[in-house]
Design a protein around this ligand. Structure first.
Ligand SMILES: Cc1cc2nc3c(=O)[nH]c(=O)nc-3n(C[C@H](O)[C@H](O)[C@H](O)COP(=O)(O)OP(=O)(O)OC[C@H]3O[C@@H](n4cnc5c(N)ncnc54)[C@H](O)[C@@H]3O)c2cc1C
Length: 400
């Protein structure tokens, strides 16, 4: 028997069954893509999607991101209906988002972003300290001057979301192959013609590569283009304090803390927290890394300075996850210059989940040669060479 059995032709092959790839595959099927293959070297959402804090907000200083997050939020709030699957769930908790800052540049950036949200029709109010304490009774406000509240926000579950998209895609006829790694993209002249896996070779009219931190070798080898993407380790931890952090308490972003901490309810009473700073560049194949005690202590101190009762909190668990980071912390979406038959989506850093419904639809539209709902031009690869980075008032980093 041949090592490479005969292979069928697909209209579309999607590499990577994370939340982005599953969303691309489902949207492509709904847009009439024809024969679609979604392929992953592991299982559905076993990559960085399973590590996500899964926070949903439209608060960004980059206007394009606000729009994608807004479109995505409208999907998360009617997820089962959108997927046409009564049993589909994304685990949404609409607890809202509270961003706090001291006076100064960060406070002004918060105000500007709130104003931009409002200009786009999003409910995003500046509240005072007393109102903020009503929204989040544990909040210590002494050193704070700016409080932004976005009621239509919260968090969900990236794993549930990805698997729901995958199931709905399968029902529409998408073929899903798990445990099969793509070793290379196949090319003919300046066209990507398919993929070679460790099992077979499949040809396709278009390949969408959404392999997150593992995108570089596939794309660089096939196109010869440098892919400006690094894998960064981020540490996440769950604290448990005498007073619970209740599920209806908002997601908290503390721009006044040294690490720009973000936090939310975890389970029914714990607090998930992490730093909103640059992480440590690392090997994309790192599964889990130790979280050093000094890192736990540093974050714990900042949490305790912001939330009553957390000065005596214990650490319940810690884990690490990988961000796929581009030079401006925003994704590349669309084709790569000089290449036909290829669309890419990488570089989501810490905000790919909240954009995944809209990004999946846009990449599917682009791959099928359809007009995209919003222009992909701001997210094009060429922006790095042109010095037109996609950066807003917050500058480069996790808030974007
Ligand atoms: C700690 C942490 C916290 C986060 N918090 C948030 C948050 O609060 N809100 C938010 O919006 N976003 C957050 N994110 C970001 C968000 O989770 C990611 O942007 C999103 O999950 C990325 O999805 P993906 O499909 O691009 O990647 P992945 O889920 O990593 O999927 C890529 C897939 O490609 C597969 N693959 C790779 N190489 C190959 C190959 N050669 N052949 C076949 N398959 C391959 C992998 O197995 C993997 O399944 C966070 C991320 C982390 C790590």
């Amino acid at each position: 028997m041949s090592a490479h059995p005969p292979h069928p032709a697909y209209d579309l092959i999607v590499i990577g069954a994370g939340v982005i790839g599953c969303s691309v595959a489902w949207h492509a099927a709904t847009l009439g893509a024809g024969r679609v293959l979604l392929i992953d070297r592991g299982g559905i959402a076993e990559g960085t999607s399973s590590q996500s804090s899964s926070i949903l907000r439209t608060h960004y200083s980059v206007r394009e991101n606000v729009e994608l997050a807004r479109q995505s939020w409208s999907v998360f709030t009617r997820f089962a209906e959108y997927l046409g699957d009564d049993e589909a769930a994304c685990g949404l908790n609409r607890c809202g988002y509270l961003i706090v800052a001291a006076d100064g540049d960060r406070g002004e950036a918060v105000r500007a972003s709130l104003a931009q949200q409002r200009a786009l029709g999003i409910e995003a109010a500046e509240v005072d300290a007393a109102q903020a304490r009503e929204i989040l009774p544990l909040l210590i406000t002494d050193d704070l001057a700016v409080f932004g509240h976005e009621p239509e926000a919260g968090y969900a579950d990236a794993y549930l979301t990805a698997t729901a998209f995958a199931r709905a895609a399968r029902r529409l006829g998408v073929e899903i192959r798990q445990g099969e790694a793509v070793r290379a993209l196949t090319t003919e002249g300046s066209r990507i013609t398919g993929v070679r896996t460790d099992v077979s070779t499949y040809c396709a009219a278009t390949v969408v590569c959404v392999a997150n931190v593992w995108s570089n070798p596939l794309l660089e080898q096939a196109t010869g283009l440098p892919i400006p993407l690094v894998a960064e380790r981020h540490e996440v931890m769950a604290f448990e304090a005498p007073e619970p952090y209740l599920p209806h308490y908002p997601v908290l972003k503390d721009m006044a803390s040294a690490s720009m901490v973000y936090a939310r309810c975890y389970g029914r009473n714990q607090l998930l927290a992490s730093a909103g700073l640059v992480g440590h560049a690392t090997d994309p194949d790192e599964r889990q890394a130790d979280v050093p005690l000094d890192v736990v202590a540093e974050l714990g101190e900042q949490v305790a300075a912001r939330l009553r009762s957390f000065e005596t909190a214990g650490v319940a668990s810690t884990w690490t996850g990988l961000y796929d980071v581009t030079p401006d912390w925003n994704p590349v979406l669309g084709p790569l210059p000089g290449w036909d038959g290829l669309r890419v989506g990488f570089g989501f850093s810490g905000h790919g989940f909240k954009l995944s419904p809209a990004v999946g639809r846009l990449l599917a539209q682009s791959a099928l040669g359809l007009p995209t709902d919003v222009p992909l031009a701001p997210y094009r690869y060429e922006r790095f060479g042109e010095g037109r980075l996609l950066v807003g008032r917050y500058g480069k980093g996790a808030v974007s």
